[in-house]
Design a binder for this molecule. Structure first.
Ligand SMILES: [Zn+2]
Length: 240
């Protein structure tokens, strides 16, 4: 089995009104200036092209997002195809971008996505009104247990990561004090995107389990730090 997994988690994060783009996967870094969702206990989400992926993937992502964000007290509403009226409202509009081929025989990729940061009604330019997209294939690999498992984990992680951005979380690995001990992501290697804007806050100590870190591209669960970051953004959830 010669599969060399290549993680392309190039998640662009469009920050605030300036449209600053940086790469995008979480103790947490938060965009203190992000527009907060009015009711973080009920965040609207819809799908631009739900039919692009298999029911299995859709249900898997739904279950993953619902179960994980529920741990932070965040729930979602709608969770259906986007309707015309949704394009003028603040709602997470998800687009599946079919770009990976997980059944290829050579190397394969997983991950990748982009999201607006915070509550917005405006879509990402050139993405059919989507405020969030993730790159994927239309189905999980049919064979090879380990590849399938990797792809599933990477896809779940990408979705959790992008929703994290949509809530107002930023990248953990770009903290200037981020010093992972493991080899995958050495100190300094991923610091290209250190936020220069003053509205970025670090919550707690660096979190090496964060779903918002590029050093952690197969994190299928929110870390305690991710949850702390969400609660810092939405103090009402602390009473949850
Ligand atoms: Zn990201």
């Amino acid at each position: 089995m010669k599969f060399s997994a290549k993680s392309t988690a190039l998640l662009l994060l469009l920050m605030g009104c300036g449209g600053v783009e940086t790469d995008s996967t979480t103790d947490a870094v938060i965009d203190a200036d992000a527009t907060r969702w009015t009711n973080p206990r009920l965040i609207p989400i819809c799908f631009v092209n739900r039919s692009a992926v298999s029911d299995e993937i859709y249900r898997d992502l739904l279950r993953t997002a619902v179960n994980e964000y529920a741990r932070a007290g965040v729930y979602f509403q709608k969770w259906r195809d986007c309707r015309s009226e949704d394009y003028s409202k603040p709602i997470i509009r998800v687009k599946f971008k079919l770009g990976h081929n997980w059944d290829g025989n050579g190397s394969y990729s997983y991950g990748g996505g982009m999201s607006k940061v915070g509550m917005t009604r405006y879509g990402i330019q050139g993405e059919n009104g989507a405020t969030l997209w993730i790159r994927m294939d239309d189905h999980y690999p049919y064979s090879n247990r380990s590849k399938r498992k990797t792809v599933m984990a990477g896809t779940r992680a990408a979705f959790l990561h992008e929703i994290g951005h949509a809530l107002g979380l930023l990248h953990e690995h770009t903290r200037t004090d981020y010093r992972p001990a493991h080899g995958e992501c050495q100190a300094g290697a991923n610091h290209a995107n250190v936020y220069e804007n003053s509205s970025v806050d670090y919550v707690g100590r660096p979190d090496y389990d964060s779903v918002m870190s590029y050093c952690n591209l197969k994190a299928e669960r929110l870390s305690a730090g991710d949850i702390a970051g969400i609660r810092a953004l939405y103090p009402v959830l602390k009473r949850y």
